[in-house]
Write a protein that binds this ligand. Sequence first.
Ligand code: NAD
Length: 486
Amino acid sequence: MSRLSPETLKAKQTIAASLIDGRTVGTSEVYENIDPSTGRSLGDVSRAGAEQVDEAVATARTAQRSWRTTTPEHRADLLCRLADLIDAQAEELARLESEDSGKPLSQARNDAHVCARYFRFYGRAIDSYYGLSIPLRPDLHVYTRREPHGVTGHIIAWNYPLQLFARRVAPALATGNSAVVKPADETPRTALAVARLAIEAGLPPGVLNVVTGLGSEAGAALAAHPGIDHLGFVGSTRVGSLVAAAAAERVAPVTLELGGKSAHVVFADADVEKAARTAAQAILQNAGQTCSAGSRVLVHESVHAEVVERIAAHFAKVTIGPGTTDPDLGPLVSRRQQERVRGYVEGVDSGEIVFGGTVAEPAGITEGAFFTPTLIDGVDPAAPIAQEEVFGPVLTTMQFSTEEEAVALANGTAYALLGAVWTSDLSRAHRIAAEVEAGQVYVNTYGAGGGVELPFGGSRKSGYGREKGVEALDSCTATKTVVVQL
Ligand code: NAD
């Protein structure tokens, strides 16, 4: 077993508890943070409830009054300083992330790097984010102001804790909002670590608060809190609709980033090796627990057998093990998630399991949450495994014969998050990019290394609103129009 750094040892011995106004606030009720690579406890997590959420929101309200009046230059400097601190601590943050979530260490290192990039990107962007002057009439001076909502609430998922934290919090703080964040139950430690670094960078303590705990308790209390002026949710469609309903009770605006069932559409004129390799790598990343995982591969009938064979060949080379040993494929986030994935695969009653299909016990680890890379060919497009988000290293392949059929299959689920088209025909690439219902479409590639600068989000059951890029600044602000009689 590898030796732990002193910082990691310290984090293990400490209860992960809420950070409110810069103070650690514990509770008598705790739950265990389970390492999905071993099944062992990494320490306790404090179980905040409505009372702590109240305290965090009140603190954020007070702190926002002066934070909103700081200059963009001041906020820019501070966010860039925070990015530097995150970079300096990246190795330790990556280790915590890998232990909490099971993700391979090199993927966690990349997540720490992307986390820093978000703070740097919005730090740089806020200096040049302006309202408009509207030349309505010569006797009127009309202009718009982009004003912060006030106190923003953020409820986030466990699959990319560092990235999701930064992608929600950085634009919110840059635009003069304060924030209360509820990290996922399974992965609270890096949110707390980055919030502490923000204070070290000079952020007034109450501007960014983190409440730890369970979704049904701390999460539900935050979603329903009357003091939250804007709510951002990243998670499942089921919980997202509960959160949106709670916010609707008091007409609070919400951004919902939910699930996906994205498709690669591979035509006969594509670089099929690149398409197969990219689809395989994309579903292995984070063990397939990625909202934007391209979990369906739709292949033209003339190259279908070749693509299936090539994906299986990539899967056959995959190394599996604990996240901290940096394999190609780590465990799923929990045994519960492993059971869910197993249930989907065992429920398949059409098509053929070409590769994998079982839980894995690498190096004799029996308490881990591992699942083999799995390829299922020829499933019924209406089957649950072809329609629902499995959230595991499971790819389904299907055939099409015409472009129309390919588009109908690609758009044939309740989700609309991402898509990819693989072809050497430029006109067809643009045609399909326009027809696929998704917030992002990739042509002859997939994913953009975090995509900090690229607007991101979905429609239908994938949610609404956009994060990332400059568009996130719009969703963190409300436009006020001022009309002055000259
Ligand atoms: P989840 O919906 O179970 O949990 C998400 C968050 O909601 C967690 O912090 C959880 O504690 C909280 N929560 C749970 N019940 C709640 C309740 N009743 N009220 C308020 N909050 C509650 O999702 P998950 O399993 O953590 O994450 C996986 C899902 O997230 C997948 O569907 C994935 O596609 C989605 N996701 C989407 C994006 C995106 O950008 N579209 C990014 C990452 C993950």
